[in-house]
Design a protein around this ligand. Structure first.
Ligand code: NAD
Length: 281
């Protein structure tokens, strides 16, 4: 028999996550006995202590690795023995595994978004990019954009401090022209931009609507949404209706899972099979 692989996802409200079936399907496709369990992280007075207990227990119960999601991606940093460059840059980890007894952290949201962008745009230069949302996803997106290199990146957030902090962080770590702007600046920014990326939760079932006025969506602007539940957000539907190219959040979701799968198993994931499966979940 092939060896077995046991992976967990620690986070709050992880029960309905699509990540477990994505991993298990790919494991089964490769003939592995691959089990992926969700581990609920309830809000706690001492989240670091609680996370440490869960990670220790997972190790004791024979887990091979873990994905981490809201609200523990940053909490985990101080529990690691080592971290990848991207985890260090973003200051967050979504994938941890043990290697020779040491706990190593990675950030596959960065590599996942980068791969999704490469799939959609090939070698096309990024030009001027406007990113809305400077939270966890926006941070991973902005590092991925800066690593690929854009002519200019403007980070917009309803919270101006968040946008400015992230822009400062990008500027300190990458050779990337970057600034922060307020939501009110979108009407002057978007006509000059080649790409718009939404990394706010607006467009999810429980945050309906769009963070951007429909009149601002015009070709040749391409529009990318990291929200993928639903896949067809109001932003993407409107943008496509108005003739813009669109990039859904499914690619990032699939590639972050595929990158984690490869870290956990050392095997190459079949990304197109994973994407097809994700579309049917
Ligand atoms: P977060 O709460 O950390 O950050 C969201 C940010 O958006 C906040 O800074 C907030 O101030 C800002 N914001 C909210 N509404 C705004 C508006 N109307 N205009 C401007 N700024 C606004 O959330 P997060 O963890 O970054 O997640 C954001 C979304 O990304 C979620 O919907 C999540 O599902 C999605 N996501 C997708 C993937 C993927 O693989 N496709 C991965 C991670 C997250």
């Amino acid at each position: 028999l092939n060896r077995s692989v046991l992976i967990g996802l620690i986070g709050h409200g992880v029960g309905p996550s699509l990540t477990p079936p994505m991993h298990e399907m790919e494991g089964a496709r490769q003939g592995l006995r691959y089990l992926y369990r969700t581990i609920e992280f309830s809000p706690d007075n001492d989240p670091r202590q609680r996370l440490m207990e869960l990670i220790r227990s997972a190790r004791a119960f024979g887990f091979d690795g873990l994905n981490l999601t809201y609200p523990v991606k940053q909490t985990a940093l101080s529990l690691l023995d080592e971290m990848s460059t991207s985890a260090h840059m973003v200051g967050a980890v979504n994938t941890v595994r043990w290697q020779n007894g040491r706990l190593i952290g990675h950030n596959t949201d960065v590599s996942g978004f980068r791969a999704a962008l490469d799939d959609a745009l090939g070698s096309e230069p990024l030009g001027r990019i406007v990113l809305i949302g400077a939270g966890g996803a926006g941070s991973a997106v902005s590092h991925a954009v800066a690593m690929r290199g854009a002519e200019h990146l403007t980070i917009v957030d309803a919270d101006p401090h968040r946008a400015r902090d992230l822009a400062n962080n990008i500027s300190a770590l990458h050779h990337q022209a970057v600034d922060a702007a307020s939501v009110d600046a979108l009407p002057s920014l978007l006509p000059l931009a080649q790409g718009l990326i939404n990394a706010t939760p607006i467009g999810m079932a429980d945050h309906p609507g769009s963070a951007v006025d429909a009149n601002l969506l015009r070709p040749p602007l391409w529009v990318c949404d990291v929200v993928y539940r639903p896949v067809e957000t109001e932003l993407l539907l409107t943008a496509r209706h108005r003739g813009c190219r669109t990039i859904s959040g499914l690619g990032m979701a699939m590639h972050q899972a595929a990158d984690a799968f490869e870290l956990f198993t050392g095997k190459i994931a079949d990304r197109s099979a994973m994407l097809t499966h994700l579309k049917h979940l």
